[in-house]
Design a protein around this ligand. Sequence first.
Ligand SMILES: [Zn+2]
Length: 643
Amino acid sequence: MPDESPERKPASSWTQERQRSAQESLVRSSDDDFELASRGLIAPGSPRQVIGRYGQPVWDLDAYEFLDDADAARNPPNTVSPSLWRQGRLNNIAGLFEVTPGIFQIRGMDISNVTFIAGDTGWIVVDPLTSEETARAALAMVNEHRGERPVHAVIYTHSHTDHFGGVYGIVTDDDVRGGTVAVIAPEGFLDAAISENVLAGTVMIRRAMYMYGVLLPKDPTGHVDTGLGKGMPGLPSVGLCPPTLSITTTGEEVVIDGVRLVFQITPGTEAPAEMNIYLPDHRALCVAENCTATQHNVYTLRGAQVRDALLWSKYIDEAIDLYGAEIDTLFASHHWPRWGNEVINEYLASQRDAYRFVHDQTLRLANHGLTMNEIAETLELPASLGEEFFNRGYYGTVSHNAKAVYQRYLGWFDGNPAHLHPHPPVAAATRYVEFMGGAASVLEQAQRYYDLGDYRWVVEVVNHVVFADPDNVAARYLQADALEQLGYQSESGPWRDFYLTGAMELRSNGTVLKGLPGNALGSGIVRSMTPELLLDLLGVRLNGPRAGHFAIEVNLEVLDRATESWTFGVANATLHSRRARRVPRPDVELRVSMGHFAAFASGSKSLAELVGEEFQVEGDRDRLEEFISYLDQFQFGFEIIMP
Ligand SMILES: [Zn+2]
């Protein structure tokens, strides 16, 4: 009989059986990751709670204490994949570590690592974490244990928030403007950092809440680990200090505070702008996020442009070729370092081959006519790669990375015209349920498959019942139960968090985020944005069908960017814009500061609130008001698991 209750359930007998065989497959002749993750410990993570601006814990080591239970080390709870449990325990080893003399890392105090390189008189900081709060705590910790030193440089290895967002916990704008701190990043960093999260910002952040399980309780039936690190900081203060030095070529050498840094740029790998850093005097290589103790994402499930697995593999090979003979230490901005020339070269080669294998084999099978889902179902790493823990699917998986490669080359369409123009979810669901003999009949049969442990099939068919009738409580609860077992079985942190968040929202009859404004651009990010990006954002917010025959032409002058003027307008229910142009008879002339224009473009302030010294309007103000009335406001609270 269906168990119609909204409570979280224990692991089914099928799930328990799966965990048992997964546990057996984990036994290796050698597993030194726990030794590597603990090596060089100077001090355990402190403070236990890093408190944020609302009094909330931005980081909370106590929340994950359940992973460190000595008994749980031997007997993982059967609601967690034993492999993910192992990864979660490794990511829970938090503290200040010596990587090699002169290089220190704080790990386990944010989703990412921050690295401190000791110069003659100060610190060079590589990747200042996600939040100002955790970055400030990290700097205090390294100063406490290794002596107080000023920060001379900050290096961003790449354009993802968890590698720059905490910068203002470490430096101030005055330090950077005054030239006492250099900020170094790969070419294209700023554009990549701010564009990725803006135009598709609301939907991407909403999906990220699923991917990182931010709404789930942290416990053995909830969020355990992201695979890449413990979790996302809670309501962090995020900023972006623009780089003062862009690295454009591989081999470029910079000396800071007596430390030689040689860069290898690797654009288009894990991020659009990324670079590795070779430290010849330390015989050490920082591989940014190009190599970590997991198979990474060729496609990230929160949604982003798909990455190039072939290029990624080739840049790892270039790193081996350039530096392989001259390194004894390898570290990255997630997970633990590796030591020893042979070990490092084997590790790099193995990761190189894992990305290349997924790329090549996906296309080989596609050229045989297999489609995306068929390839994902078929593909498996060869034992020589797949048995390495660091190639396993804790974050990315072979399954969704194979689909990513297919998508990159062939797109969403599998070539079967039956899939060219299907009914959208609700219309299809209604028809499916009718054809399958009605909701009661579907649920009865789905329950049979649930009892047989075929949760993948249950979620596929019951999804139709939920989309045909979201008020069908029995359907929602059965769907939640099946998603939950899939979550328990997942080795990948993001898969687990997606499944469990879906189950949670089905049980609570939808998202708790209803009404929460989306696309809130933090002021720390906004000041680095370009007018062009904000104009593009206005275009995305314009409600085409409502704008109808509306037309407007605006001349825009950006006060704090002396040379920047723009013209933009609306025609054909579409926004257009041009740089360095003015129309002769505009409807409106705007003279604005970037901050105020960002507030206008993101819709965080009304025209009445904006108008003043930093937002001067001349001309037809009514028409400007009408334009604003056609701009949509986004909200995070849209449903994903229900119609
Ligand atoms: Zn990262």
